[in-house]
Design a protein around this ligand. Structure first.
Ligand SMILES: *[C@@H]1O[C@H](CO)[C@@H](O)[C@H](O)[C@H]1NC(C)=O
Ligand SMILES: *[C@@H]1O[C@H](CO)[C@@H](O)[C@H](O)[C@H]1NC(C)=O
Ligand SMILES: *[C@@H]1O[C@H](CO)[C@@H](O)[C@H](O)[C@H]1NC(C)=O
Length: 549
């Protein structure tokens, strides 16, 4: 090889390296990375609930035929009411263990399709309703290695299909709405709260040709009332007295945001919890224009909404502030990250929710940074390679990753010759804060110990280590409630930023301690297990679980 040829080859190689490094840098700058955790868990993850033992209870529906996961020990389920298979030897629920990245089949007895639920104060999952023989049932899963579903027939007064639940300050759950149910009920029931309570707001927002008010967005306000958004309107409900205490203005544009237009919503992080005057803001993003569902059935797939509405629900005269997302999206999930940012993930750019009605997957999540100035809040993240359309899900894990699964816009499992094949995989999205490059900034919690119990309004000593230099003015402590997630909405999701008192003190080499005050009431934070983080310059520690009680 001539000297000249060799030189040019080396040059080529260097340029190529430069390009590679450069493109890697560009990709990193876009934010976040993806990991395939499981190619197939055998079922499609339509509903997710993480429990305090780091297991994720996953379930789909029982009435569409076999899944790709067998029940253990050659077991089969015989259900004469089942619509597809009355003798079914496959599972429709699974437990995923985050730490070991393993899964096992669970056995759910009746149909849990399009249902709702919440973790209870003691950490149990209580799930409500579904379809057909499951529509009035209550089911329980305990956090334990060998625990399976327990079923309580007729635990509900009304059938609940596409309802939204929320954990309440007194430890009950409220179950709101559902198909043809313009009312709510409670679990558990007492003598005075055993029936259903009418909510005319749900019939007023029901558009009979396309509903558009199912899976309403429900957030517990800091005054103990419930913010309920359905279709394009919102109220504040005193559920104990059945009184609408506030009616919010219609969201600008008037387009619907709930199923089957399916946008999503979060309660933004609650701060200054000691102030006695805590402000609460709700963010709603995406959805599909009115009639998208009807048009998609006729083959016209309208572009999804690209707007978010943000409203301070505690204001005396609240008003919506509209912002524009970089990508239109329907059927996206909104996930509160430990540092208070919101991840908008999954979904499609055209069509509506329902069988076969979505087109054009949105593979890139978008980060929303609520404390940035308007105009610099959104940041497009690196894309996945897997489309997550109708019936996809996402939740925050204790380690700060976002678990992503599901997607099955078909009446059965369909793996070939369809636009969005049924997805049985689980992925993890790691936001930039998990990059190895920032590990020097990452706190590690030393105390409290995981699964500690903490009371309300309590002084809590938090000790953490940090390899690099601490910036004491950029430390916060946050608590995130693990949500029940389905149909692009995370029920009972909330994040609290705890107030610190006094200085952060050095307590040994690279070990620090600080005092925080736990939330003062169940209105701020219902009793439950929370993921608990120390956040330093936007970089969260690995979380621990604390039980607020
Ligand atoms: C699920 O099972 C079906 C039928 O046996 C098979 O065709 C399909 O490839 C399986 N899919 C996955 C993702 O395992
Ligand atoms: C609740 O709504 C139902 C159905 O619309 C109606 O029959 C019933 O009278 C209502 N109950 C009350 C207490 O308003
Ligand atoms: C420390 O954090 C504060 C608050 O985020 C920030 O304004 C400041 O620039 C940081 N200081 C250093 C040295 O990074």
């Amino acid at each position: 090889m001539s000297q000249e040829r060799l030189t040019s080859l080396i040059l080529c190689f260097l340029v190529w390296q430069l390009l590679i490094n450069h493109s890697n840098a560009a990709v990193d700058a876009a934010g976040g990375s993806w990991q395939l955790l499981q190619k197939s868990i055998g079922i499609s993850a339509m509903h997710l609930q993480q429990l305090y033992d780091d297991s994720v209870i996953i379930f789909d529906r029982t009435d569409f035929g076999p899944s790709n996961l067998s029940l253990p020990d050659g077991k089969c389920r015989d259900d004469p009411n089942e619509q597809a298979l009355t003798h079914d030897c496959t599972a429709h629920s699974a437990k995923y263990s985050v730490v070991s990245n393993t899964f096992q089949a669970l056995e759910v007895l009746t149909d849990v399709w399009c249902s709702s639920g919440s973790a209870m104060p003691d950490g149990r999952l209580v799930q409500t309703g579904g379809y057909n023989d499951g529509e009035k049932n209550i089911r329980v899963v305990l956090p334990c290695p060998t625990c399976d579903w327990q079923e309580f027939p007729n635990g509900l007064t009304a059938r609940r299909w596409y309802a939204t639940n929320h954990l309440l300050p007194d430890g009950r759950q409220i179950i709101i709405g559902g198909r043809k149910q313009f009312n709510y009920e409670f679990y558990p029931k007492t003598a005075t709260t055993s029936g259903v309570f009418n909510l005319s707001f749900l019939s007023e927002t029901n558009d009979p040709s396309q509903e558009n008010n199912l899976y309403p967005f429900v957030h517990l306000n800091v005054d103990g009332n419930l913010f309920i958004f359905a279709n394009n309107r919102a109220i504040l409900l005193d559920y104990n007295n059945g009184v609408v205490v506030k009616t919010y203005p219609q969201i600008p544009g008037a387009d619907p945001r709930n199923y089957p237009s399916t946008g999503s919503s979060v309660l933004l992080p609650l701060k200054n919890l000691q102030s006695g005057n805590v402000e609460a803001e709700v963010l709603i993003c995406g959805g599909a224009p009115r009639n998208s569902y009807l048009k998609a059935q006729k083959g016209t797939f309208m572009t999804a909404l690209n707007t978010c509405g943000r409203i301070k629900i505690t204001d005396a005269s609240p008003s919506w502030v509209m912002e524009t997302m970089p990508i239109p999206r329907t059927m996206g999930d909104m996930i509160l990250l430990p540092n208070g940012n919101v991840l908008i993930i999954n979904g499609v750019q055209n069509g509506a929710a329902g069988w076969e009605l979505g087109r054009n997957a949105v593979l890139s999540p978008v980060l929303y940074q609520p404390d940035n100035p308007v105009g610099s809040r959104f940041e497009v993240q690196n894309p996945s390679t897997i489309a997550r359309a109708y019936h996809s899900t996402a939740i925050l894990l204790r380690d700060g990753q976002v678990l992503v699964g599901g997607s099955n816009p078909h009446k059965k499992y369909e793996f070939t010759n369809v636009i969005f094949p049924t997805e049985l995989s689980l992925e993890a999205f790691s936001p930039d804060y998990l990059n190895a490059g920032v590990s020097n900034l990452r706190p590690q919690i030393l105390s409290p110990r995981t699964q500690s119990q903490v009371g309300y309004g309590q002084n809590l000593l938090v000790r953490f280590s940090l390899a690099g230099q601490v910036n004491t003015s950029a430390i916060s402590v946050t608590m995130v409630a693990p949500s029940f997630t389905t149909h692009s909405f995370s029920q009972s999701q909330r994040l609290l930023v705890l107030s610190g008192i006094g200085k952060i003190l050095l307590n040994g080499k690279n070990i620090f301690q600080m005092q925080v005050i736990t939330p003062g009431s169940g209105n701020l934070a219902p009793a439950a297990f929370y993921m608990f983080y120390v956040v330093h310059q936007g970089i969260p520690s690995p979380g621990i679980w604390v039980q607020l009680q």
